[in-house]
Design a protein around this ligand. Sequence first.
Ligand code: NAD
Length: 375
Amino acid sequence: MMKSEEIIPVNLGDRSYEICVGSGILETIGVSLLKRFGVRKIFIVTDHEVATHWLGLVVASIKKVGLKYEVASIPSGEGSKSFYQLEGLLNQFFEARIARDGLIVALGGGVVGDLAGFAAAVALRGVDFVQVPTTLLAQVDSSVGGKTAINTAQGKNLVGSFYQPRLVLIDTDVLDTLPQRQILSGYAEIVKYGLIKNRQFFEWLEVNGKKILSGDTEARRTAIVESCKTKAAIVGDDEKETGERAILNFGHTFGHAFEAEAKFNGDLLHGEAVALGMMAALKLSKITGICNGQEVDRVNFHLQSVGLPVNLSFLDKFSGWNVDALVKHIGHDKKVLDGKIRFILLKEIGNSFITSEVDPNNVSAVISQSLEGRL
Ligand code: NAD
């Protein structure tokens, strides 16, 4: 039986939609889709791993209400955010005679959501899609806000579009099968919301973080709802990232550089890179005299206490990394404007701002300290 759901609106005019958070949502997904969208042909996009755990439940629920459906399953992992998989997916849509009134359901983590969302944006110039995120990271971040993308040889998320889902369905039960390392990776993005905008939430996480990680349903639900509310408010004010939305990239300018150097091979998960990146950005805030050291220590303590990495010395194989190579990756980031890199820094926990006025020597210094484990 479905228990009560919490509904968070994302206000974007005629592209507004709801995020529903609760337990038992997948069991009744067929009814929910039928009620909201009427009779549509459903195209479920998932990955092989998610399919083994959750596809059966979704399919049974869709069958129960008599909706027609097709399934496309892609290999799990970042490698699937590629032109190759995009083409394969579009071919499957067209072979199954997708029409403008089809409905694409992205059942998976950020990889499935980003790929299926982009395929939905470009198939027939736009087919409606629903996000059904199955990782903590996707539930608190990637399924909300309409950023869709694939990677190219030159970098991450370089080909994509802003294309909002019509609905986001977050079933907290799916986290039961998610490996602990992936839960922790998603937790880093939750901490980010506290750091950029909501000190009280960060303080709540200091008390409740371990409960979230150990599977406490109520704590998880509260953290997901609070994160989605924060993201929905920011996206509602600045959908295309012309201003404030950039604060959501806190920790990501460094983090993406670390991910690029790690070559997306599984040694470093996105959330782990974000945790490392947030600590680097905090340290940068400290050495530029903007944020006091106690705030930095407090975040460092919290991230370490839950088991997230705080500097690059955590994995032996990163110790040989070269500072200049990492700085070069940062220069390739999408956040470079007029040759100047934009950083998100903190004045204090819960108070972030965007700046292009950062001394490159300080950026190199912070990376060196991270590599030496001195962060
Ligand atoms: P992911 O989609 O690769 O999922 C991680 C792993 O968990 C995969 O192996 C997957 O098969 C498995 N998995 C997923 N759900 C599961 C479940 N319930 N039980 C068991 N296994 C499960 O990774 P992710 O961390 O969800 O997403 C990372 C991606 O998200 C990156 O590509 C990143 O760029 C993107 N992202 C996008 C946005 C955005 O706004 N669009 C924001 C943040 C991150």
